[in-house]
Design a protein around this ligand. Sequence first.
Ligand code: SAH
Length: 204
Amino acid sequence: MVDEQIISRGVRDPRVLAAMRKVPRHEFMPEALRQQAYGDHAMPIGEGQTISQPYIVALMTELLELKETDRVLEIGTGSGYQAAILSELCEKVFTIERVKTLADKARSVLDRLGCRNVAMKVYDGTYGWKEMAPFDAIIVTAAAPDVPSALVEQLKEGGRLVIPVGERFTQDLKKVIKSPSGLVTQTSIPCMFVPLIGAHGWKE
Ligand code: SAH
C-alpha cells in the first residue's frame, strides 16, 4: 500500500510513511470488507460514511507538517483511522464526530490498539473544540462549503488547517496557514469527501 499508492504519488515525509506502515487499517473496517482494507480507494464504514483512500490520508497528514509536540484537532472521526495515524505523529489528538455510533466504534478500536493520546467527543465539529484550543494543526475529513471561521480562530499562529472545500460532491483540498502577516491559502489536489454537516457546514 505505502510503496504503490503513497510513495509513488509523491508523499515523502518519513514519519508519515512510518505511521502508514504501522497502523493496521483493516482494524478500522467493517468485518465483511477487511479483505479490501489495503486497496486504493475509500470504503463504506456504515451510517453512509466512509474511511478515506489511504493516499488521501497520507497526503493530508503530510500537509499538516506535524511535530512530536503538536496538539491536533480532527473534525470527522469516522472509523478512527486518521486519528490513529495522527496519534503516532504528535503529542495529543482531539477528534470530533457527529454520529455517536461511529464515535463509539472508533473509540473501542483506538483503545484496543493502545492509542492513548486521542480525546474524542460527539458534537458538531464546525464549532471546533474551544476549551482545548489553540491547536498547532487542524484536519477536516469531510467536505466543507467554506472554511469554518471557528476553526481558523482556534489555530495557533503558524498553525496549519487542511480541509476539502467546494461543492457537495467535488472539492479541492486546501491548506490554510495562519502566518503572522495573515492567512495564506494553498490549493492541493481535487478530491471527493462526504459532506461536513453542521452549523458552519452543509445543512442535513
Ligand atoms: N477521518 C475518517 C473519515 C471519516 S468520513 C476516517 O479516518 O475514517 C467523515 C466523517 O465526518 C463522517 O463520519 C461524518 O459523520 C463526520 N462529520 C460530518 N460532519 C461533521 C461535523 N459537523 N462534526 C463532526 N463530524 C462530522
